[in-house]
Design a protein around this ligand. Structure first.
Ligand SMILES: Cc1cc2nc3c(=O)[nH]c(=O)nc-3n(C[C@H](O)[C@H](O)[C@H](O)COP(=O)(O)OP(=O)(O)OC[C@H]3O[C@@H](n4cnc5c(N)ncnc54)[C@H](O)[C@@H]3O)c2cc1C
Length: 488
């Protein structure tokens, strides 16, 4: 039996991001992935939102994605576009980039961090005890780990085997999605009718056609076939355009479910394993990657025994509400996308509202992930919010705040009197930087906030403490987030 500190089931976007985070923290982590290679059949996610690009920038890898995709205003609510070009972020846009490319780039990064991936194998079961988890694989010897993380997608075996409830809402609509070739010239673009929304578009190779069609009935199970697709197309367009040679046919619905608990003992869930919803708004992959960035450093500290196990409970406390809000928003979007006259009238009114500045800012910040606020108590508006990527001046030259987070370690950024803080007892874990910043501190939606004297920044880029000229509360914040002080 091979041992690792952490085993991740599933090497999709969430599992890959989590593996990278753990590897940066020098945790012995391995991924078990059912697919034999990173190749992904079909299209799925179409891009990244602003906050996810920021999170990748915090690790110094955003350029790898930006250079492969198309920067664009991608945020929207029920297909009503939301422009974020006036937002105070370096990445005041989204990125159009298909999931297969996102996964390829993440896998390249994880490869550089030398994370082993057991490919072509499935986790088939596990048993946890007081010291770890015994992980059964479909092939080869089983694995032993201190923690097992289920990043194994919406049908998560890990979630089911852990007995974690997955409550939510049954589907009200069902779509077939496929990549095929056609004999005839189809009607390109989106069609809306009484049944719902359908669309055909040509793919980059100029030959393959991406099809999405709403099904007339709910509740079909099993893998969809070319015949199912043909029937659905004939039902809508009166012809199937001679579809043939499918490379991918899949079904998705607006089922919305969320794991009741993100943790059961030594087993945790992240990404689609923890939450599923309709793809409109394009948030699933994005919040999965951000789950991973919230969990990674916490799990690393628990594995390295610098923090107590209870730190892991803050993962559920912080991330469960984020996905719950996404489920609510996608359900509202599904309702607004219905195609009857009354819903069309309602969508026009919502569109008018979202054209006004304040609603636009609020919804755009929500859809792009820039307004996330973890409840870290009362205090300065920065507390629990993302630190802005400011241009600092240090004794050794200019420095961006996000550059301080590349190695996924916490930072105490001191903008007051140099050397004003003594964090010797945490110096093995927390880096202190003296810097100057004379500009404005501005948050999306919030606007300008009072300039702090110092900020304690967690490895995920969220502010854990804000200083007003004293170190009041700093030792508590250091202990809460980065473990008790070292023995003097
Ligand atoms: C049509 C469509 C469009 C979408 N568009 C967007 C979008 O624009 N933006 C967005 O953010 N999201 C979008 N999504 C959602 C996005 O695709 C998912 O949220 C994302 O893939 C979740 O990533 P994940 O790593 O959590 O899970 P997955 O991508 O499902 O990865 C799970 C991995 O685990 C592996 N696996 C499963 N079981 C096991 C096992 N037992 N053992 C080992 N390996 C296992 C699988 O092979 C897979 O590689 C879309 C989804 C669909 C269907």
């Amino acid at each position: 039996m091979t041992g690792h500190e952490v085993v991740i089931a599933g090497g999709g976007p969430t599992g890959l991001m989590l593996a990278g985070e753990l590897a940066l923290a020098k945790v012995d982590v391995a991924i078990v992935e059912r697919r034999a290679s990173q190749d992904l059949a079909g299209s799925r996610a179409g891009g990244l939102h602003s906050r996810t690009i920021e999170v990748l920038d915090q690790r110094g890898i955003a350029d790898r994605f930006l250079s492969q995709g198309q920067v664009a205003q991608v945020a929207g609510f029920a297909w009503i576009p939301l422009d974020i070009s006036d937002f105070p972020t370096r990445h005041n846009y989204g990125l159009a980039l298909r999931q297969n490319h996102i996964e390829r780039i993440l896998a390249g990064w994880v490869g550089e961090l030398t994370v082993p991936i057991y490919r072509g194998r499935e986790v088939t079961g596990f048993a946890q005890d007081d010291t770890g988890v015994h992980v059964e694989l479909s092939e080869g010897p089983s694995l032993r780990a201190e923690y097992l993380i289920g990043c194994d997608g919406g049908r998560s075996l890990i979630r089911k085997a852990a007995g974690i409830e997955f409550p939510g809402w049954e589907p009200t609509i069902s779509h077939l999605i496929a990549e095929v070739e056609v004999a005839g010239e189809p009607e390109w673009g989106v069609r809306r009718d009484a049944l719902g929304i359908h669309g055909l578009s040509r793919m980059e190779d100029g030959r393959t056609v991406r099809v999405m069609v709403t099904e007339p009935h709910l509740g079909r199970t099993g893998e969809p076939t070319l015949r199912d697709l043909s029937e659905a197309l004939i039902g809508v367009y009166g012809t199937d355009y001679g579809i043939h040679s499918p490379t991918w046919i899949s079904r998705f619905t607006d089922m919305a479910r969320q794991a009741a608990s993100y943790r059961k003992g030594r087993v945790l869930l992240a990404g689609d394993a923890a939450h599923v919803h309709y793809p409109t708004g394009g948030q699933g992959l994005n919040i999965g990657v951000q789950d991973a960035v919230n969990l990674g450093w916490k799990l690393a500290q628990v594995v390295k025994k610098t923090s107590p196990e209870s730190l892991l409970d803050t993962y559920h406390a912080e991330r469960h509400p984020v996905a719950a809000r996404v489920l609510r928003d996608t359900m509202a979007q599904v309702a607004l996308l219905r195609t009857d006259d009354r819903t069309n009238a309602l969508r026009e009114i919502v569109s008018d509202l979202l054209g006004m500045d304040e609603p636009r800012e609020r919804f755009a910040a929500m859809m792009s992930g820039l307004d996330i606020h973890y409840d870290l108590g009362e205090g300065h508006p920065l507390l629990g919010r993302r630190v802005p990527d400011l241009d600092l001046v240090t004794a050794t030259g200019p420095l961006r705040v996000f550059a301080l987070l590349h190695d996924a370690r916490p930072v105490l950024l001191n903008l007051g009197e140099p050397g004003a803080f003594d964090i010797t007892l945490w110096a093995d874990r927390v880096r202190m930087i003296d810097a100057e910043y004379a500009g404005v501190w501005e948050l999306p939606v919030f606007g300008a906030v009072p300039a702090p004297n110092a900020v304690l920044i967690r490895p995920d880029g969220y502010v854990a403490w804000v200083g007003d000229g004293t170190d009041l509360g700093l030792p508590d914040a250091l202990t809460t987030w980065f473990g008790p002080p070292a023995a003097a």
